[in-house]
Design a protein. Structure first.
Length: 334
């Protein structure tokens, strides 16, 4: 079980302890992934014979992919095969929007990025503290969750009794769920209109929608830096909740970077030199956007203005190297 709101997650875990016939392990709040995985493996070894399965509560900042990979590779697991069958993320309906904009440090990341990562890689989203939300706000929240994690089962039951019912998904080597942004880039979800089980067919001030942005030209980093504030802080093209994908800076030609944004928090991480990984882009951008009342044409215009112009493109890499680049340097990649 995951969730950045420790008190909320612990209340649900307490409910599970009272009502469910299965052992529960709560790991230390500041343990590293490897320590959590070792504690979980030891717990599994001790209770391996329990027929109802086991529940492991993870610290606030843990992310499912990293932790499950550590767990699957743990030398402390018993000899028989052990399956991680359900990844539950607890979502506090009252605090989720502030969690998705919180730039405070959380482990080696920020609270906002950890929050969205826990949602995107969940197989079950347990929504709690939703009872006092206006109907339209609750509908918007559920639509947002279905955009971020399209394959997750969303449950709005605070008792914790049915979180582990239904289809079980086996994670033997790690999390295999595709987040919403990946499915948008793969063309597996409609990106031009609201989607998901909770999406409204009528446009309202809380309508969630998505956009796939593609551009073959590399980005001018100085123009991009100026545009980001207007996009993510001033919400000039709607409120962008999540954007992620792949991009290229003209000043760092030959390197594909991962674009990852939540609220006002954005990071660009180098993935590989082009040509090393054929699945990555050779040039340009491929980015998914999810947000509230997105101005699609406005967003595209802003991003297109950040790409190199004709004269800049013709000038070539020697000119690009002299462009102003305000983003932190990358020490390693590929």
């Amino acid at each position: 079980m995951f969730g950045v709101s420790g008190p909320t997650r612990r209340r649900l875990v307490s409910a599970i302890r009272r009502s469910a016939d299965r052992p529960v392990l709560s790991t230390p709040g500041r343990a590293h992934d490897a320590d959590v995985a070792q504690a979980a493996a030891s717990f599994v070894r001790t209770h391996a014979a329990h027929p109802g399965g086991l529940v492991i509560e993870c610290p606030d900042y843990c992310l499912p992919p990293e932790l499950i990979s550590e767990f699957a590779a743990s030398e402390y697991l018993p000899g028989d095969e052990v399956d991680v069958a359900t990844v539950v993320t607890v979502v506090d309906a009252v605090s989720i929007r502030s969690d998705l904009t919180d730039a405070a440090p959380a482990g080696f990341s920020s609270r906002a990025l950890v929050t969205v990562g826990q949602i995107e890689y969940a197989s079950v989203l347990a929504v709690v503290n939703w009872e006092d939300l206006p109907r339209q706000e609750l509908t918007s929240l559920l639509s947002m969750l279905s955009h971020l994690s399209p394959t997750a089962t969303i449950r709005i039951d605070s008792s914790g009794t049915n979180l582990f019912d239904g289809d079980r998904r086996v994670y033997r080597e790690g999390v295999t769920e595709n987040p919403g942004w990946v499915r948008i880039l793969n063309g597996e979800l409609e990106s031009s209109c609201p989607f998901g089980a909770f999406a409204s067919t009528e446009s309202t001030p809380t309508t969630i929608s998505s956009l796939r942005y593609e551009q073959v030209r590399p980005l001018h980093p100085h123009r991009l830096a100026r545009a980001l504030h207007g996009l993510f802080e001033e919400h000039r093209c709607g409120r962008v909740i999540r954007s992620a994908g792949f991009c290229h800076f003209a000043t760092r030609h030959g390197v594909t970077a991962q674009w990852s944004q939540v609220g006002g928090v954005i990071s660009f991480e180098p993935l590989a030199r082009d040509g090393v990984d054929e699945e990555l882009l050779a040039v340009g951008q491929d980015i998914a956007f999810i947000g509230v009342q997105l101005d699609r044409s406005g967003l595209i215009d802003v991003l297109d203005a950040c790409a190199l112009r004709d004269d800049e493109l013709r000038a070539g890499p020697a000119f690009w190297d002299r462009l102003t680049d305000p983003f932190p340097r990358w020490h390693e990649y590929g």
